[in-house]
Every structure is written in C-alpha cells, then in structure tokens.
Write a protein that binds this ligand. Structure first.
Ligand code: FAQ
Length: 330
C-alpha cells in the first residue's frame, strides 16, 4: 500500500441524503452554476457533484501519470539529442499534470494516498489509450500529436467549467499541452515527409492508434452514463460525441494533407449536416480495455507498482528532511 494504507471512507447514505434532500441549498447551488460562477472547495456542493468530480479528476490525474509510460519508454531510444530533450521535458510535464490534478482532487476530500491505492488496486480507471504499446518511434509521434490533440480538445472545453480548482489546473495544463502538440506534430511531419520506410512506419502506427483515439472521447452520447448530469453542472462542457466531432474537424484534414490515410473507409464529413460520419468503433474492445483487460493494462500497472515500491525511500527521505530542516510545504 502507498502512504501507510490510507482508506478513503465514502460519505454515509445519511450524509448524502442530508445534502440531496435540501432543495433550497441545491437550488442556490444550481443557480450559481447557471450564472457561470465558480464553485470553490469551501462552498456547499451536492454529494453527487463532489463524488463525480473526484471520480473524473482522479481518473484524469491517473491518466497523466500512466500516460507518461508509453512515451517514457522511448526516452533512451529517441532519434537524436533534440527529440530526446523534448521527450524528457514532455514526460516530466505529464507527471507534473498528474501532480496538479491530484492536488485539485484532494480539495474535494479524497487523500492522494487513497487515490494511488485505488489506481494500483485497479479500482480507478485511467484513459484507455495508455493501455496500448508504443511499438515504434512513429507511435510516439502519434501520441505526441494526436493523443495530445484529443486531450487539448477535452481540456480547453472543460477549463471553462464550474469547479475552480479543476479549471485552474486545466488552464495551466493546456498551456503546456500546446507545446507538446507542437513537438508531436513536428516529429509526426518529419516522418510523413521522410523516406518511404519512415512513411510506412508512420502509416502503420496511425492505423494502430486510430480506434483507441476514437474511443478516447468516451462512449457515444446515447450510451454515456455520466454526461447528462456532468453537463448540467458544467463539469463537462461538451458531450463525448461533440468533442469527438471537434477533434475530427480539426485534425483529420491535417492528417490527410500529409497524404496519410485513416483506417476507416466510411470516414467523411457530411457537408449537409456538417457532421463527420465514421464506422462505429468496436465498443466491446473499449470496455475490455477500460476494465483492465487491454493489451498493456497489466504491464502498465506493474510498472507503476514497481515505481511506488522502489520510490518509497525517496518519499520517506523527503519527509524526514522536511521534518529535520522544517522545510515549509510548497
Ligand atoms: N478511458 O459516462 P461516460 C491525456 C469510462 S489526459 C477510460 O461517458 P464521463 C494527457 C468512464 O470513466 C486523458 N475510461 O464517462 C496525455 C465511465 O466509467 P466509470 C484523460 C473511459 O466521465 C496526453 C464510463 O466509461 N482525460 O491524455 C473513457 O462522462 C499524452 C462511462 O463513460 C481525462 O480524463 C476513456 N477514454 O466521460 C498524457 C479528461 N471514456 O467511471 C500523456 C477528463 C469513458 O463510471 C500523453 N475526463 N470512460 O466507471 C473526461 O472528460 C471524461 O471522464 C471522459 C468520459 C470524456 C473521458
């Protein structure tokens, strides 16, 4: 266990009912959200708002930390010193994003130790995309360009949401992600304009990642469990389908202009509706992956557990030195 086996106790049913049954408090809360006010940690909030935010921010934090693993494995193999430096900086940033997001989730009352325990035990989810292997350098460029792009679509929208600490964390994350996407795009274009074998390697990586990227935005709206409530409370600022459409709109043309193809013969923009049409991705595969049975889930969790266990002495040394020299908490 991390941090001495801290177990987070969920509020009791009575505590939930006490809040949910208070229509005056709930109406005042919803009015504030309607007026575009930010909700801050000390403010009253319905149990379900708190619970949903913890779930979503925690999953997001885990995704950043787990998301560093596929690219992190390529630091020693990045082609050339410039790419290596950029990749090291990016991977470090992703871990920093995890830190910002764990801080935001902690403001809602769930301690970080409990979040890490839930990640390591498999109780908490993290993004589907990080359970696939980065087989070649081209996979790293697809992650750096298109996964970061997908993340930006989601995060820019949600940074305008209702919970202050999450929005502020997202704003800062978006600044850094906009650098990441530049380095990802640069590396992606370098392969696209490179030799025949570089183009082939890129095309194969694109084919491998397309479906996980389509899954990234979550199930179709009609099957989304949480969207309706999260959108009403302005935690999610657009639905899964709307974000997927926005991503397709912005990035498919950038892929096509490099004369690359996407592995979906039905992908096209319907000029009348203005909507992208595509083959429905395999949702069975999606649920398998997010429930722990994807190609790399076991490997990723084992790597994370190894880091937790072998990093214990570092955390302990930091705690000891803080106590010894009375270093204030940042
Ligand atoms: N992966 O009812 P909905 C990044 C689950 S950061 C795994 O539609 P919701 C940076 C969902 O949790 C990437 N699970 O869910 C980076 C729920 O399960 P639950 C992460 C998924 O919450 C780049 C169930 O399906 N970004 O990439 C996924 O309304 C490069 C039902 O679905 C965020 O976390 C999925 N893709 O909408 C790092 C942003 N989709 O909890 C390194 C914040 C759905 O009931 C390198 N999160 N599920 O057991 C969100 O905006 C939302 O949570 C969605 C899902 C949009 C992901």
């Amino acid at each position: 266990m991390y941090g001495g086996g801290y177990i987070f106790s969920e509020p009791t049913q009575k505590e939930q009912d006490d809040h949910l049954d208070d229509p005056v408090m709930l109406a005042a809360f919803e009015a504030r959200i309607g007026q575009g006010e930010k909700i801050e940690p000390q403010d009253w909030m319905p149990y379900e708002y708190r619970r949903q935010l913890i779930r979503l921010i925690e999953q997001h934090a885990h995704s950043e930390v787990m998301g560093a693993l596929p690219e992190g494995a390529w630091i020693t193999r990045a082609p050339g010193f410039r790419r290596k430096l950029a990749l090291i900086a990016k991977v470090q940033d992703e871990i920093g994003h995890g830190q910002l997001l764990y801080n935001a989730a902690e403001t809602l009352g769930k301690p970080r130790e409990a979040m890490i325990n839930d990640l390591l035990s498999g109780k908490s989810k993290y993004s589907n995309v990080f359970n696939y292997p980065a087989k070649t350098w081209a996979d790293v460029t697809v992650i750096g360009f298109l996964i970061d792009a997908a993340a930006i679509v989601n995060q820019v929208a949600n940074s305008k949401g209702s919970y202050g600490p999450y929005c502020r964390a997202l704003e800062r994350i978006c600044y850094e992600e906009s650098f990441h996407i530049k380095q990802g795009y640069d590396a992606f274009v370098a392969l696209a304009l490179g030799s025949a074998s570089q183009r082939q390697m890129l095309q194969q990586a694109l084919n491998r990642w397309w479906q996980p990227i389509m899954h990234f935005f979550g199930p179709a709206d009609k099957n989304s469990v949480h969207s309706e409530q999260l959108m009403r409370w302005k935690v999610k600022m657009a639905s899964n389908d709307a974000m997927r459409q926005q991503f397709l709109d912005s990035y498919v043309p950038k892929i096509w202009e490099l004369n690359l193809t996407l592995p979906d013969p039905y992908l096209k923009k319907n000029l009348e509706s203005g909507k992208w049409e595509f083959t429905e991705p395999d949702w069975e595969e999606f649920y398998k992956v997010i429930n722990g049975d994807g190609p790399c889930n076991a490997e990723r969790l084992a790597t994370r557990k190894y880091a937790e266990e072998h990093g214990h002495w570092v955390r302990q040394a930091l705690i000891n030195s803080r106590q010894q020299f009375a270093i204030p908490l940042a």
